[in-house]
Write a protein that binds this ligand. Structure first.
Ligand code: SF4
Length: 280
């Protein structure tokens, strides 16, 4: 009997990614030369499709002088945005509103005199942009890193939108008792936690899991980790062409999930390819 193929009840492109893709579609239709500041989203297949339509990635606003520039979903620093607005003919802000909320919260906490701690992954563009909004802010990726911070008095915590709730709880637990005051603004995005819960649920019943999304995508990588903890036969792919028939041997239930930067068309392509490989 052919295996069941199930898609996670919450999977794929979130509000912020859909919004960014609509903005870039609109811009590509008649706004002259269009660029994105860094990859618009962390999905190399989507970025390659955009490049084929003439939308190129620039690493600084200077590369888009006189043209149209889209600011990526992960946000930018205030300095980069100011340079973009001074140099480019048009600036379209595709920063996800939930990321923006984290930036605004970090800036407000810093202005109120808190030492801002950003819980998340050092070097990630969203975290870097959040740090840039709050002078003196530091990034912390684990409870141990929080324990290693120098003396603290008033601490304001914000979180990378794709972080795990459990990580936030661990870090806050490590900070409480070390500082006089710990103020937490939980900026984890619900789309991310919804995807994580749905992946965990599906991975409990699946024999094999396929997780679709960019390998550089923090939220997709997190889904792959959550899935692998329940289902050791988890495979993280960027597209249908990476699937191998041997992965599905003996499987009765195959689960498919996708990160927040994965458009529905990529999920459908993977589902169709799995069906072909297992003869469903
Ligand atoms: S996962 Fe959440 S924060 Fe990130 S782009 Fe999507 S909606 Fe915005």
């Amino acid at each position: 009997m052919a295996p069941r193929i199930l898609i996670a009840r919450e999977a794929g492109a979130c509000y912020g990614v859909e919004r960014a893709l609509e903005m870039v579609d609109g811009a590509a239709e008649g706004l002259g030369r269009v660029h994105t500041l860094g990859p618009l989203i962390h999905n190399p297949r989507v970025v390659a499709d955009l490049a084929a339509r003439g939308v190129s990635v620039v690493s600084s606003p200077e590369g888009a002088r006189g043209d149209t520039l889209l600011l990526r979903t992960h946000g930018t620093s205030p300095d980069e945005e100011a340079r973009a607005r001074a140099l480019c003919a048009r600036v379209l802000d595709a920063t996800c509103p939930f990321v923006k909320k984290a930036h605004v919260a970090a800036a407000r906490l810093a202005s109120e005199g808190y030492q801002v701690v950003v819980v998340g992954e050092a070097g990630h563009p969203e975290v870097e942009a959040t740090l840039a909004h709050a002078p003196g802010a530091v990034v912390v990726g684990s409870a141990d890193e929080a324990r290693a911070l120098p003396e603290l008095r008033r601490v304001g915590v914000v979180v990378q939108t794709t972080a795990r709730q459990a990580l936030l709880a661990e870090v806050v637990g490590a900070l409480v008792g070390r500082a006089e005051e710990v103020r937490v603004i939980n900026t984890i995005c619900e789309a991310t936690s919804g995807h994580q819960e749905a992946t965990d649920e599906l991975a409990r019943e699946a024999d094999v899991m396929v997780v679709i999304g960019g390998r550089i995508s923090a939220n997709t990588t997190r889904l792959a980790e959550i899935s692998a903890a329940r289902c050791p036969r988890t495979h993280h792919v960027e597209g249908a062409d990476e699937l191998e028939a041997s992965w599905f041997e003996g499987a009765q239930t195959i689960g498919i999930t996708a990160g927040a930067s994965t458009p529905a068309s990529q999920i459908e392509a993977v589902r169709e390819r799995v069906e072909e490989l297992v003869g469903a």
